[in-house]
Design a protein around this ligand. Structure first.
Ligand code: ZN
Length: 308
């Protein structure tokens, strides 16, 4: 089930919040799945209920994934087809079991892989800013048993948010996984954490500024000289605005971290070539648009050569 944020957003650049909606149990005729994973479905629906009143630069998709318990089928299908159609996924917030509290205070655990570390760090800091929870961030690419993992396989940034797993929910995958065992005040805070993260990723639309450029594409050309092979990266984009006087291009060597501007004067074309790069270098780019009254847009979606 997928619901999409309407409005001014860029349909090609997508922020995802979601979690699986199937449940499992030792007795398949009685699998209430309150913590695992009605908690995440409720958080996703609550995010949609609140955010539908606002506009964002990027599209927000609210997704309840099918068949997680029998092998991540729903998220696997989504991530694989998104990659084929080259959907620009800004980040995926996957929620799985967010309301069982064992010892107080319960922490919210955040799991990322190496290339999603920026997203885990962002989630941790927004959790601490906007909620009363402590967030514990672990970078562990072997933590694959939930719907974030198919996105990792396609090189998309994704994190899992889950109640702390030091002591597991004793009702997990049993007929006892019921609402009465949950601490909803914890689930409310975890929902706020996810909401804050999605809002930051999707960039609240600001009518005073030009819109971020869209339609970004990146192409790699390799050249061989006598002694070395180098790569050249060609980036194209659409202005997505009228009355634009130019563009800036920013680059980072780690995703979403410390962008520095490459151009001295505003660019007047909708393409840029970054030349003579080391073959094994990782390069991440965003573009902004400049208006005639010298205002600069938010960043576009990031494109990189690690997804090529
Ligand atoms: Zn689950």
């Amino acid at each position: 089930m997928i619901a999409t944020q309407p409005g001014i957003s860029d349909p090609d650049s997508v922020v995802i919040i979601g979690g699986h909606y199937d449940s499992d149990s030792t007795n398949l005729d009685d699998a209430p799945g309150a913590d695992d994973n009605a908690t995440a479905v409720s958080a996703t629906m609550e995010a949609a209920r609140i955010l539908r009143n606002y506009n964002f630069d990027f599209t927000i998709k609210y997704i309840a994934f099918a068949a997680e318990e029998i092998g991540l089928y729903g998220s696997d299908y989504y991530a694989a087809t998104a990659s084929i159609r080259d959907e620009k996924i800004v980040g995926v917030v996957n929620l799985d079991m967010i309301s069982y509290v064992d010892i107080i205070p319960e922490d919210l655990n955040i799991v990322s892989n190496e290339s999603s570390q920026w997203l885990g760090d962002l989630f941790t800091s927004t959790t601490e800013t906007y909620t009363n929870l402590d967030a514990i961030h672990t970078v562990d690419a072997s933590f694959r048993w939930s719907d974030h993992s198919p996105f990792w396989l396609q090189n998309y940034p994704a994190i899992l948010a889950i109640e702390d797993t030091t002591i597991a929910n004793p009702y997990y995958h049993t007929p006892g996984d019921r609402l009465s065992t949950l601490t909803l005040s914890f689930g409310t805070e975890a929902t706020k954490a996810a909401l804050a993260n999605v809002i930051i990723l999707a960039q609240p639309y600001n009518a005073a500024l030009p819109k971020p450029p869209n339609g970004l594409s990146l192409r790699i050309v390799t050249s061989h000289s006598l002694f070395a092979a180098k790569k050249h990266i060609l980036i194209n984009w659409n202005a997505n605005n009228s009355n634009i006087t130019g563009f800036n291009i920013y680059k980072a060597t780690t995703s979403h971290t410390n962008y520095t501007r490459l151009n001295v004067q505003p660019l007047t074309t909708t393409s840029y070539e970054d030349k003579y790069l080391l073959l094994d270098s990782m390069n991440y780019y965003v573009i902004t648009a400049l208006s005639s009254n010298n205002l600069e847009s938010h960043f576009s979606v990031e494109v990189s050569d690690d997804r090529e």
